[in-house]
Design a protein around this ligand. Structure first.
Ligand code: GDP
Ligand code: MG
Length: 345
C-alpha cells in the first residue's frame, strides 16, 4: 500500500529511520583526530530548517480517555487499533506529521496498582519506560474522579521523573469551571506540572491548543518516520483486527474467544486496482467450525461482507476477501494445498 506506507514486515521494530548508513571513514576526521558527532549535524540541519520531532508518551489510569485523546490528535483511523481492549496490552504509536514537525505519540496501557499476572507486569513496564524515553509526558486524568483515588505508585513515579509533564484534566465537558479549578489546585499542590489543560478528548475541546503546545515542546530534529505513515503497525495487523472485530459482532457465546484470525495473503493487484486478501479463521473444534460457516454458508458469507466493507473503508481501496475456516490442528496442511493453488504471495 504505497498510499498508506505502512511497514510491510510484521517483525519490524521501532528503530528510527533517519540515521543514514555510515561508513567507518565517515565517522573519522583524520585532520582533527576526533570523532564527528554525526547525529548533532542532523539536528543542526533540522534546527536550520525549523523542523521539530519528538516522542510523547500518554499515561494515566484505565478509562480516563487516553485512546480517545490519541484518536483526537492523530486522526480517526487510529481508532481501529486503539479501541480494542486486546490491543491496548501493547504500546501503540500514532504519528502526526506536517511539513515542519512530526510528533510520535504512544498510548500506554493503564497502570495496574498490584499486578497479578505476568502480562500485567509487562503492561506496567511499558508505563515505567514511558517515564524515561520521551520528550514529553501527558498525564491524562478523569476530572470526574477525585484526586484521592489516584494510584500512589504512579504518583510516586511522577515525582522522580524529569521530562516535562502536561497535566490534562479530561472529560471537562462533565465538570463546571469551579470544579476543574478546584481539582487543578489539588494536583498543582502535589507536582509542578509544566502546563495544565482542561480538555474534552471526546468532543475535541481545547485539543487544538494542546497540540500547539505539544509541538512547541518538541526538540529540533528531523522526522523519525516517513511523513505519510501514521502508525508502526503492519497492514496485516489491521486486517486481522477488523475481521476479529466483525466476528465479535456477528457471533455469540464462546466463538469469538476460541478462534484466531490469520491473514495468509495480502497482495496488491495493481492491474485491477484492488487488494486480494486470504485469511484463515482457525477454530478449535469441528462444532465451532460449523457455527462459523452456518447453514448453507450463510454466516461466513455475512462475515465476509462485513469484514470486506470494514477493510475497504480502512485501506480506501477495493478488496477481494476470502475467508477460510479451518480446525486449528490441521490448518498448516491446508496451507500447503493453498500454495499449490497459487494463493501464495
Ligand atoms: P483509556 O482506557 O484511557 O484509553 O480510555 P478511553 O479512551 O477508552 O475512554 C474511556 C471512556 O471515556 C470511553 O467511553 C470514552 O468515550 C470516554 N471519554 C473519553 N474522553 C472523554 C471526554 O472528554 N468526555 C467524556 N464525556 N467522555 C470521554
Ligand atoms: Mg485505551
Amino acid at each position: 500500500m504505497d498510499e498508506l506506507n505502512l511497514p510491510k514486515d510484521d517483525n519490524q521494530d521501532l528503530e528510527p529511520k533517519f540515521i543514514p548508513e555510515l561508513q567507518p571513514d565517515d565517522l573519522w576526521d583524520e585532520e582533527q583526530d576526533t570523532e564527528i558527532d554525526t547525529n548533532s549535524e542532523w539536528i543542526a540541519q533540522a534546527e536550520a530548517e525549523g523542523h521539530k520531532a519528538g516522542f510523547v508518551n500518554i499515561i494515566g489510569q484505565p478509562n480516563v480517555g487516553k485512546s480517545t485523546l490519541m484518536n483526537a490528535l492523530v486522526g480517526e483511523r487510529m481508532s481501529i487499533i486503539t479501541n480494542k481492549p486486546q490491543t491496548t496490552r501493547h504500546r501503540i504509536i500514532g504519528i502526526l506529521s506536517d511539513d515542519n514537525y512530526q510528533v510520535v505519540f504512544s498510548d500506554t496501557p493503564g497502570y495496574i496498582e498490584e499486578p497479578h499476572y505476568k502480562m500485567q507486569e509487562r503492561m506496567n513496564n511499558f508505563v515505567d519506560t514511558s517515564f524515561q524515553d520521551g520528550d514529553l509526558l501527558l498525564l491524562v486524568i478523569d476530572s470526574t474522579e477525585p484526586f484521592e483515588q489516584y494510584s500512589p505508585a504512579l504518583l510516586e513515579k511522577l515525582q522522580k521523573n524529569n521530562t516535562p509533564v502536561f497535566l490534562l484534566l479530561n472529560k471537562a465537558d462533565l465538570r463546571t469551571p469551579e470544579q476543574l479549578e478546584d481539582l487543578k489546585a489539588k494536583w498543582m499542590n502535589f507536582y509542578e506540572f509544566d502546563k495544565v489543560f482542561f480538555i474534552s478528548a471526546l468532543h475535541k475541546q481545547n485539543t487544538e491548543a494542546l497540540l500547539n503546545d505539544i509541538i512547541a515542546e518538541m526538540p529540533a530534529h528531523p522526522a523519525f518516520y516517513p511523513k505519510d505513515q501514521f502508525t508502526d503497525r503492519p497492514e496485516r495487523f489491521f486486517v486481522s483486527e477488523i475481521i476479529r472485530e466483525k466476528i465479535l459482532e456477528l457471533y455469540h457465546q464462546e466463538i469469538p474467544y476460541s478462534c484466531e484470525v490469520m491473514v495468509h495473503t495480502f497482495k496488491e493487484d495493481e492491474e485491477k486496482n484492488l487488494v486480494r486478501i486470504y485469511a484463515y479463521i482457525l477454530a478449535s473444534r469441528q462444532s465451532q467450525k460449523h457455527i462459523l460457516i452456518g447453514k448453507g454458508g450463510k454466516a461466513i458469507k455475512q462475515l465476509g461482507i462485513a469484514s470486506r466493507e470494514g477493510i475497504e473503508a480502512f485501506l480506501e481501496k477495493k478488496v477481494f476477501l476470502e475467508l477460510i475456516v479451518k480446525i486449528r490442528e490441521n490448518w498448516r496442511d491446508d496451507e500447503i494445498s493453498l500454495r499449490n493453488f497459487g494463493y501464495d504471495e
